[in-house]
Design a protein around this ligand. Structure first.
Ligand SMILES: [Zn+2]
Length: 263
């Protein structure tokens, strides 16, 4: 229809204007890719799309600094580029359910309360590296954002929290059935590891043992491994990898340059 074509044309012009408004300087973009090498793509078209979505993300979302932190361009570009990686093929509209991103200098203590089987409420403090709530702002600890991609670990708080955002957007249904068996197997392995009186440090897996806490946490930590250490995830979790590849419509093990071997 003509109207549809006219509307699409208008949308495309608006996006073009937003990308121009929020253009990322070449040197800043290059530094971001060096600092977070899992953002690199073999196909230049994918790399250009990641940069375009990063500009659009910066245009649509509001960053707020908390706790005396001073946000720089390098910081917001680092967060935005990692945030849009999961939606490279799914589209930025998946993130329409929220606007704000609050960045703290470090982890934030949150007071939690749980009721036990007798109904007695226990309060405790939980240190949060990040938090995503349905419809609300995404909270991130800059210290944790900055540590991403170091030491060859999959740990990535931005991808973790934005996997939760995607989860809210899809009602959790898109992946839960597919990942259910993988989750149960993973949880059994983490439990067995604890049974023999070892710590999480002895659990040798590219997926963080935190994934055993709940299916949605398994999805979030598996997503970190999928984007940050895809070759390792594919080698260690041959059945899980293609399911995440189908969900994200990406194949980072093939689409990213192979990681350099460390000394
Ligand atoms: Zn989580």
């Amino acid at each position: 229809m003509v109207v549809t074509r006219w509307w699409r044309g208008l949308q495309a012009r608006r996006e073009e204007a937003a990308v121009a408004r929020r253009a990322i300087p070449d040197d800043l973009w290059k530094r971001t890719l060096v600092r977070y090498p899992f953002l690199l793509r073999r196909d230049p078209a994918d790399g250009a799309e990641l940069r375009r979505l990063t500009s659009l993300f910066l245009d649509r979302k509001e960053f707020t600094a908390a706790g005396g932190l001073r946000l720089t361009d390098a910081m917001v570009v680092a967060i935005a580029a990692q945030a849009v990686l999961p939606v490279l093929r799914l589209g930025l509209a998946r993130y329409d359910g929220f606007v704000g991103i609050v960045v703290h200098p470090d982890q934030v203590n949150a007071r939690r309360a749980v009721a036990d089987e007798q109904g007695v409420v226990h309060e405790y403090d939980e240190a949060l590296a990040g938090e995503a709530v349905d419809g609300g702002p995404v909270m991130l600890s800059w210290r944790d954002v900055r540590s991403a991609g170091r030491d060859g670990l999959a740990y990535n708080v931005v991808i973790h929290e934005f996997a939760h955002v995607l989860d809210f957007a899809s009602g959790g249904l898109a992946w839960q059935a597919a990942l259910h068996d993988e989750y149960e197997r993973f949880r059994a392995r983490v439990d067995a590891c604890h049974d023999v009186d070892t710590t999480d440090a002895d659990f040798d897996d590219v997926i963080d043992p935190y994934g055993a806490v709940a299916p949605q946490e398994f999805f979030a930590v598996a997503s970190e491994a999928f984007f940050v250490c895809p070759q390792r995830l594919q080698a260690e979790h041959a059945a899980l990898y293609p399911q995440l590849a189908a969900f994200y419509r990406q194949d980072p093990a093939a689409e990213t340059p192979a990681p350099r071997r460390r000394g």
